[in-house]
Each structure stands twice: as structure tokens, then as C-alpha cells.
Design a protein around this ligand. Structure first.
Ligand code: X90
Length: 277
């Protein structure tokens, strides 16, 4: 039976080769205007409107209708959402999944609360796509993804936590760790799927070292790495080259954060998903 993959836009994945796929957009609200995080969104324009906006800005998870239309007429859907530790997206997708199954007896939607976002979600999606392309059955793909996610991780370097604080997604005390010029917070997605700061770094060099040492500590030995950056190609490329010089067999792919991750990671933010222990 044909399996479709559906993920929310925080995965920064708009299309996939050789598998049915749909990206479901979150929404970013700036000065009364809603920006839908799909392929038509101009991220740079959104960021400059954000920088100019003095009112409160916010984000919203996709409603049931968006999920239902992404499921479409598929018989089997494997659905990936951003961590339920920071967003209502998983909850909304689960409600839509139950509704879809009730309306379409025999069809199935499995929703994975990834406890992460961005490039680590991309790794899970890519893995699922490889398994589906190999002809694996739905239930077996689900089992394999459940095992795989235990050994994938997300690290990040952020220059501001402003949007996390104003949206109540971290405590102001944690937010106060950054904000000074040149300070970066290096952290990870915790096991509960929340933002866990690990180091306060002055400058890119220190942030790079912190990411590299955490990468090794978390068991990276040269597998897949996905790096997504928000307008920071320089740091992203430096990080890629540093990883490659330590682990020449690493398989690294670069990407850009779409709207949702750009809103929270903010300009300069870099996210790294990788295979660890
Ligand atoms: O409105 C909503 O429901 C969306 C809320 C999303 C909040 C988190 C977005 C994270 C984006 C930023 C850096 C990585 C932090 C990872 C922690 C798990 C990416």
C-alpha cells in the first residue's frame, strides 16, 4: 500500500524525491499580517518585517483542515511534527489523524512527535523516505523510525532567544543568557523536546568548538549531518568544513531554515541534526 509522508514546515523540507510528500505550513504573525510558511514565503522579507516590527509577533500551528488536506486521499500516512514540548502542532495533527481515520475506514495515519525540529526532523523524513522507497510495509517503517530517532540529535547556535521569550516558550531567565552582541547560546533539543542551553559562547570560534565537542560527546562518529542556517552561510560552511576535517566520511547536506525556524532561530542561527549514539 502506498505510503505518504507529511511533515510540518519546521522540518525545512518542501519536497522529496520519489515519495508522496506534503509539507504543512505553520503561520507567523507580524503586525497583523499572517505569513504562511510554504514555498511562496519570502523568508528574507519576513525577517526584515520582523526586525522593523515594534508590536508583539507570534506563530501558530497548522489547524485540522490543513492537515486533512495534506493527508489527501492517501491510504497510509506517516506524519512528523515539531516537538510537542514547544508547540501544539503534534496535538492538532493527532486530532486531524483521528478525524481522517474515522471518515475513511481502513485508512491509517501515524503521527510521530519528533521531540525536535529542523534538520533532525529532516533526517527522520529522509530515513522514512529511503525505507518507503525500498518497499517496506507501513508498520515496519514505523518501528524502524522509532529506533532511528533514539540515535539522532539536534544542536544549535543562536544569537538571540527574543522570540522564544516573548512567546513564552522558554523562561525569561534562560532568555537573558543571550542578547549581548557577539554572544551565542549553544544548546540541544532535550530528551523532553525542549530547548536546553549548554554553553554561552563569545564569538563564532567558541561556538564552533562547543558544537564540535558536543557532537563528539553525543556519539557522532561520521554519519549523516544536516545543517540548516538562517542567513548565516559563513558559519554553516565553517562548521561543515570543521566536521569534515575531523570526520572525512561524514555525509553533510546544507539547507536554509524556512519561515518557522527562521522566526525562532533568528538571523545568524544555525541548527545541526546528526546521527549519534
Ligand atoms: O506556534 C507554534 O506552535 C510553533 C512554536 C515553535 C517553537 C520552537 C521553534 C524552534 C525553531 C529554533 C532552535 C532550535 C531549538 C530546539 C528545541 C527543541 C528552531
Amino acid at each position: 500500500m502506498k505510503i505518504k509522508i507529511v511533515a510540518d514546515s519546521s522540518a525545512d523540507v518542501l519536497s522529496l524525491e520519489g515519495v508522496d510528500y506534503a509539507s504543512v505550513p505553520l503561520t507567523i504573525s507580524i503586525a497583523g499580517k499572517d505569513y504562511v510558511d510554504d514555498e511562496t514565503l519570502d523568508v528574507k522579507d519576513m525577517l526584515s518585517r520582523l526586525a522593523a516590527c515594534k508590536e508583539k509577533t507570534s506563530t501558530a500551528c497548522p489547524g485540522t483542515q490543513r492537515w486533512l488536506s495534506a493527508f489527501g486521499d492517501a491510504d497510509r500516512v506517516l506524519c512528523f511534527t515539531i516537538t510537542s514540548g514547544l508547540s501544539g502542532t503534534y496535538n492538532a495533527a493527532s486530532i486531524a489523524a483521528r478525524e481522517f481515520e474515522e471518515k475513511n475506514p481502513g485508512k491509517k495515519v501515524h503521527v510521530v512527535d519528533t521531540l525536535t525540529t529542523g534538520p533532525e526532523m529532516e533526517l527522520l523524513i529522509e530515513k522514512a523516505a529511503r525505507l518507503i522507497r525500498s518497499g517496506m510495509e507501513f508498520e515496519d517503517v514505523i518501528k524502524r523510525i522509532d529506533t532511528y530517532r533514539k540515535c539522532t540529535y539536534l544542536l544549535f547556535s543562536l544569537q538571540s532567544l527574543h522570540n522564544f521569550v516573548i512567546n513564552g516558550r522558554i523562561s525569561p531567565a534562560v532568555g537573558a543568557l543571550v542578547g549581548l552582541l557577539g554572544i551565542r547560546i549553544v544548546g540541544r533539543a532535550s530528551e523532553e523536546g525542549t530547548l536546553q542551553p549548554m554553553a554561552k559562547c563569545r564569538g563564532d570560534k567558541k561556538a564552533l568548538q562547543s558544537i564540535l565537542s558536543n557532537l563528539k560527546e553525543m556519539g557522532f562518529r561520521g554519519g549523516l549531518v544536516r545543517i540548516h542556517h538562517c542567513c548565516n552561510e559563513v558559519f554553516a560552511n565553517t562548521l561543515r568544513d570543521a566536521i569534515l576535517s575531523l570526520f572525512p566520511n561524514a555525509d553533510i547536506k546544507m539547507g536554509r531554515t524556512l519561515g518557522l525556524c527562521s522566526y525562532y532561530a533568528e538571523t545568524g542561527g544555525v541548527l545541526v541534526g546528526f546521527e549519534g549514539a
